[in-house]
Design a protein around this ligand. Structure first.
Ligand SMILES: Cc1cc2nc3c(=O)[nH]c(=O)nc-3n(C[C@H](O)[C@H](O)[C@H](O)COP(=O)(O)O)c2cc1C
Length: 138
């Protein structure tokens, strides 16, 4: 599974690199590139800003067909806005927000992320299943 990510101050990039998985950055200045394999998108949270660029990427050619879900970095001090960008994207594109973490994540976060990504790859994680709702409701 390919990891696509956006990162304005480096935290998400650091997290993605810790996973050791194949990845590519969606640069806000150039979101128009084509992907032909399954991917998830890891985004930071900026009060809803930056979603336009993610949407530009997903609207490009057939990219959205390969979208399997979202993960997000945020800061819990933002309270109900914690990971707000990914919550909005998850709703709009009807794909699970399967993992949330703070900043660049801990080692435990990386392990949990990989575990849940494995479930997504096996097709176990369908939006609407109870355990996934737990992650997308916060
Ligand atoms: C101006 C600003 C706005 C932010 N807004 C939010 C927010 O709405 N919700 C949230 O959970 N975190 C918010 N954060 C925290 C960042 O999403 C968090 O630090 C994230 O790890 C940044 O990832 P990046 O370094 O890859 O860009 C904000 C940070 C800044 C500097």
């Amino acid at each position: 599974m390919l990891l696509l990510y956006m990162s304005l101050t480096g935290n998400v990039r650091e997290f993605v690199e810790k996973t050791g998985l194949k990845n590519r950055e969606i640069e806000p200045t150039n979101p128009f590139f084509e992907v032909n394999e399954d991917f998830v998108i890891v985004v930071p949270s900026y009060e809803g800003y930056i979603n336009e660029e993610v949407e530009d990427f997903l609207s490009y050619k057939d990219n959205s067909k390969f979208l399997r879900g979202f993960a997000s970095s945020g800061n819990l001090n933002f309270d109900e806005l914690f990971c707000v960008n990914a919550k909005q994207l998850s709703k709009k594109f009807n794909k699970p927000l399967f993992f949330k973490f703070e900043y660049s994540g801990t080692d435990r976060d990386v392990n949990l992320f990989l575990e849940r990504l494995g479930e997504i790859e096996k097709g176990w994680a369908k939006k609407g299943e109870r355990k996934w709702e737990l992650f997308s409701l916060k």
